[in-house]
Design a protein around this ligand. Structure first.
Ligand code: DX5
Ligand code: ZN
Length: 217
Protein backbone atom coordinates (compact mmCIF):
# COMPACT_ATOMS: atom_id res chain seq x y z
CA UNK A 1 0.00 0.00 0.00
CA UNK A 2 1.17 3.53 -0.78
CA UNK A 3 2.73 5.26 2.19
CA UNK A 4 1.62 8.81 3.00
CA UNK A 5 3.75 11.38 4.80
CA UNK A 6 1.76 14.52 5.70
CA UNK A 7 4.00 17.60 5.69
CA UNK A 8 3.28 19.69 8.78
CA UNK A 9 4.44 22.81 6.92
CA UNK A 10 0.80 23.30 5.93
CA UNK A 11 -0.56 22.50 9.41
CA UNK A 12 -1.85 25.10 11.87
CA UNK A 13 1.31 25.71 13.92
CA UNK A 14 -0.72 27.14 16.80
CA UNK A 15 -2.29 23.71 17.15
CA UNK A 16 0.53 21.46 16.06
CA UNK A 17 -0.17 18.74 18.62
CA UNK A 18 -3.80 18.44 17.56
CA UNK A 19 -2.86 18.51 13.88
CA UNK A 20 -0.28 15.73 14.25
CA UNK A 21 -2.63 13.58 16.34
CA UNK A 22 -5.31 14.04 13.72
CA UNK A 23 -3.22 12.83 10.76
CA UNK A 24 -1.82 10.02 12.92
CA UNK A 25 -5.37 8.81 13.63
CA UNK A 26 -6.29 9.42 9.99
CA UNK A 27 -3.83 6.76 8.80
CA UNK A 28 -0.62 8.63 8.02
CA UNK A 29 2.52 6.47 7.76
CA UNK A 30 5.12 9.14 8.57
CA UNK A 31 5.19 12.76 9.76
CA UNK A 32 7.19 14.89 7.31
CA UNK A 33 9.02 17.79 8.98
CA UNK A 34 10.35 20.58 6.74
CA UNK A 35 13.41 22.31 8.15
CA UNK A 36 14.32 25.55 6.30
CA UNK A 37 17.12 27.98 7.07
CA UNK A 38 16.39 31.08 4.98
CA UNK A 39 19.63 30.50 3.03
CA UNK A 40 19.35 27.32 1.00
CA UNK A 41 15.65 28.07 0.59
CA UNK A 42 13.84 31.41 0.94
CA UNK A 43 11.88 30.49 4.07
CA UNK A 44 12.55 29.76 7.75
CA UNK A 45 10.66 27.07 9.63
CA UNK A 46 11.41 24.41 12.21
CA UNK A 47 14.47 23.57 14.31
CA UNK A 48 15.46 20.70 16.61
CA UNK A 49 13.48 22.12 19.57
CA UNK A 50 10.24 21.69 17.65
CA UNK A 51 11.18 18.15 16.58
CA UNK A 52 11.87 17.35 20.24
CA UNK A 53 8.52 18.83 21.26
CA UNK A 54 6.51 16.81 18.74
CA UNK A 55 8.40 13.54 19.31
CA UNK A 56 6.16 12.38 22.21
CA UNK A 57 2.95 13.22 20.34
CA UNK A 58 3.12 10.35 17.86
CA UNK A 59 4.73 6.96 17.40
CA UNK A 60 4.91 7.51 13.64
CA UNK A 61 8.42 7.91 12.21
CA UNK A 62 9.53 11.54 11.96
CA UNK A 63 10.83 12.15 8.44
CA UNK A 64 13.02 15.24 8.79
CA UNK A 65 13.76 17.02 5.51
CA UNK A 66 16.73 19.37 5.94
CA UNK A 67 16.62 22.30 3.52
CA UNK A 68 19.61 23.95 5.15
CA UNK A 69 23.18 24.83 4.24
CA UNK A 70 25.94 22.84 5.96
CA UNK A 71 23.56 20.22 7.36
CA UNK A 72 26.46 18.33 8.97
CA UNK A 73 26.41 20.79 11.88
CA UNK A 74 22.83 19.86 12.78
CA UNK A 75 22.66 16.10 12.31
CA UNK A 76 23.40 15.33 15.94
CA UNK A 77 20.81 17.84 17.20
CA UNK A 78 18.05 16.43 14.98
CA UNK A 79 18.98 12.84 15.79
CA UNK A 80 18.87 13.56 19.50
CA UNK A 81 15.59 15.41 19.10
CA UNK A 82 14.06 12.17 17.83
CA UNK A 83 14.27 12.13 14.02
CA UNK A 84 13.83 8.64 12.54
CA UNK A 85 14.82 9.65 9.01
CA UNK A 86 17.06 12.59 8.09
CA UNK A 87 17.28 13.64 4.47
CA UNK A 88 19.89 16.06 3.10
CA UNK A 89 19.99 17.77 -0.28
CA UNK A 90 22.73 16.74 -2.72
CA UNK A 91 22.98 20.46 -3.50
CA UNK A 92 24.13 21.24 0.07
CA UNK A 93 26.60 18.38 0.60
CA UNK A 94 30.07 18.55 -1.00
CA UNK A 95 31.02 15.45 1.01
CA UNK A 96 27.79 13.56 0.59
CA UNK A 97 29.18 10.14 1.50
CA UNK A 98 30.52 11.54 4.78
CA UNK A 99 27.22 13.25 5.60
CA UNK A 100 25.12 10.16 4.85
CA UNK A 101 27.33 8.02 7.07
CA UNK A 102 27.28 10.62 9.85
CA UNK A 103 23.48 10.30 9.86
CA UNK A 104 23.64 6.49 9.94
CA UNK A 105 26.17 6.55 12.78
CA UNK A 106 23.51 8.25 14.87
CA UNK A 107 21.21 5.28 14.31
CA UNK A 108 18.96 7.30 12.01
CA UNK A 109 17.87 6.32 8.51
CA UNK A 110 19.62 8.46 5.90
CA UNK A 111 18.18 9.89 2.73
CA UNK A 112 19.31 12.13 -0.07
CA UNK A 113 17.09 14.80 -1.67
CA UNK A 114 17.40 16.09 -5.22
CA UNK A 115 15.90 19.30 -6.62
CA UNK A 116 13.94 19.24 -9.89
CA UNK A 117 16.74 20.83 -11.96
CA UNK A 118 19.64 18.84 -10.47
CA UNK A 119 21.00 16.06 -12.72
CA UNK A 120 20.19 12.53 -11.58
CA UNK A 121 23.84 11.50 -12.08
CA UNK A 122 24.68 13.02 -8.68
CA UNK A 123 22.66 10.21 -7.10
CA UNK A 124 24.52 7.41 -8.83
CA UNK A 125 27.58 7.07 -6.54
CA UNK A 126 25.61 7.39 -3.30
CA UNK A 127 22.60 5.20 -4.15
CA UNK A 128 23.82 1.98 -2.46
CA UNK A 129 24.60 3.89 0.76
CA UNK A 130 21.24 5.56 1.36
CA UNK A 131 17.97 4.26 2.78
CA UNK A 132 15.86 6.68 0.79
CA UNK A 133 15.87 9.10 -2.14
CA UNK A 134 13.54 12.07 -1.95
CA UNK A 135 12.74 13.57 -5.35
CA UNK A 136 11.56 17.18 -5.13
CA UNK A 137 8.66 17.76 -7.48
CA UNK A 138 8.67 21.52 -6.72
CA UNK A 139 11.50 23.91 -5.94
CA UNK A 140 11.71 23.63 -2.15
CA UNK A 141 10.71 26.48 0.14
CA UNK A 142 6.95 26.62 0.29
CA UNK A 143 3.85 24.46 0.42
CA UNK A 144 1.11 24.67 -2.16
CA UNK A 145 3.26 24.88 -5.31
CA UNK A 146 2.60 23.27 -8.67
CA UNK A 147 3.94 19.78 -9.40
CA UNK A 148 6.81 19.74 -11.94
CA UNK A 149 5.93 16.86 -14.24
CA UNK A 150 9.30 16.23 -15.89
CA UNK A 151 10.70 14.90 -12.58
CA UNK A 152 8.75 11.71 -13.37
CA UNK A 153 11.22 10.85 -16.10
CA UNK A 154 14.11 11.27 -13.66
CA UNK A 155 12.44 8.97 -11.13
CA UNK A 156 11.98 6.28 -13.80
CA UNK A 157 15.63 6.47 -14.79
CA UNK A 158 16.89 6.28 -11.20
CA UNK A 159 14.50 3.37 -10.65
CA UNK A 160 16.49 1.44 -13.25
CA UNK A 161 19.66 1.95 -11.21
CA UNK A 162 17.77 0.98 -8.07
CA UNK A 163 16.66 -2.29 -9.65
CA UNK A 164 20.21 -2.98 -10.82
CA UNK A 165 22.22 -2.32 -7.68
CA UNK A 166 20.28 -0.76 -4.79
CA UNK A 167 16.93 -2.53 -4.41
CA UNK A 168 16.64 -1.65 -0.70
CA UNK A 169 16.27 2.09 -1.38
CA UNK A 170 12.85 3.72 -0.90
CA UNK A 171 11.72 6.51 -3.22
CA UNK A 172 9.77 9.48 -1.88
CA UNK A 173 8.31 12.52 -3.67
CA UNK A 174 7.62 15.95 -2.22
CA UNK A 175 5.78 18.93 -3.67
CA UNK A 176 2.43 19.37 -5.37
CA UNK A 177 1.25 15.86 -4.51
CA UNK A 178 -2.51 15.46 -4.65
CA UNK A 179 -5.10 13.09 -6.06
CA UNK A 180 -4.18 14.19 -9.59
CA UNK A 181 -0.39 13.78 -9.37
CA UNK A 182 -0.08 10.79 -7.01
CA UNK A 183 -0.61 8.01 -9.53
CA UNK A 184 2.10 9.01 -12.00
CA UNK A 185 4.59 9.03 -9.10
CA UNK A 186 3.60 5.56 -7.92
CA UNK A 187 3.72 4.26 -11.49
CA UNK A 188 7.27 5.64 -11.80
CA UNK A 189 8.39 3.65 -8.74
CA UNK A 190 7.67 5.92 -5.77
CA UNK A 191 6.99 4.32 -2.35
CA UNK A 192 6.18 7.34 -0.16
CA UNK A 193 4.10 10.41 -1.04
CA UNK A 194 4.65 13.61 0.94
CA UNK A 195 1.59 15.86 0.92
CA UNK A 196 1.14 19.13 2.75
CA UNK A 197 -1.61 21.36 1.44
CA UNK A 198 -3.59 18.46 -0.07
CA UNK A 199 -4.06 17.11 3.47
CA UNK A 200 -3.90 20.05 5.88
CA UNK A 201 -6.00 22.41 3.75
CA UNK A 202 -8.88 19.92 3.98
CA UNK A 203 -11.09 19.81 7.05
CA UNK A 204 -11.48 16.02 6.87
CA UNK A 205 -7.89 14.77 7.01
CA UNK A 206 -8.87 11.11 6.98
CA UNK A 207 -10.75 11.58 3.76
CA UNK A 208 -7.90 13.63 2.31
CA UNK A 209 -5.39 10.85 3.02
CA UNK A 210 -7.74 8.18 1.69
CA UNK A 211 -8.39 10.19 -1.47
CA UNK A 212 -4.66 10.42 -2.25
CA UNK A 213 -4.08 6.75 -1.38
CA UNK A 214 -6.96 5.67 -3.59
CA UNK A 215 -5.89 7.86 -6.49
CA UNK A 216 -2.42 6.32 -6.29
CA UNK A 217 -3.71 2.76 -6.73
C1 DX5 B 1 8.49 22.14 0.09
C2 DX5 B 1 8.45 21.18 1.25
C3 DX5 B 1 7.28 20.30 1.17
C4 DX5 B 1 5.95 21.01 1.28
C5 DX5 B 1 4.99 20.28 0.39
O1 DX5 B 1 9.65 22.86 0.14
O2 DX5 B 1 9.61 20.37 1.26
O3 DX5 B 1 7.35 19.21 2.09
O4 DX5 B 1 5.43 21.08 2.55
O5 DX5 B 1 3.79 20.97 0.34
P1 DX5 B 1 2.67 20.66 -0.76
O6 DX5 B 1 2.27 19.22 -0.60
O7 DX5 B 1 1.59 21.61 -0.43
O8 DX5 B 1 3.30 20.92 -2.10
ZN1 ZN C 1 9.59 18.45 2.45
Amino acid sequence: MTKIAPSILSADFAQLKKEIMEVDRAGADYIHVDVMDGHFVPNITIGPVVVKAIRPITTLPLDVHLMIEEPDHYIEAFAEAGADIITVHVETCPHLHRTIHAIKEKGVKAGVVINPATPKELLYPILPDVDLVLFMTVNPGFGGQKFITNVIEKIKQVDEWRRAFAPHVLFEVDGGINEKTAKQCIDAGVDILVAGSAIFNQTDRKQAIETIRKAAE
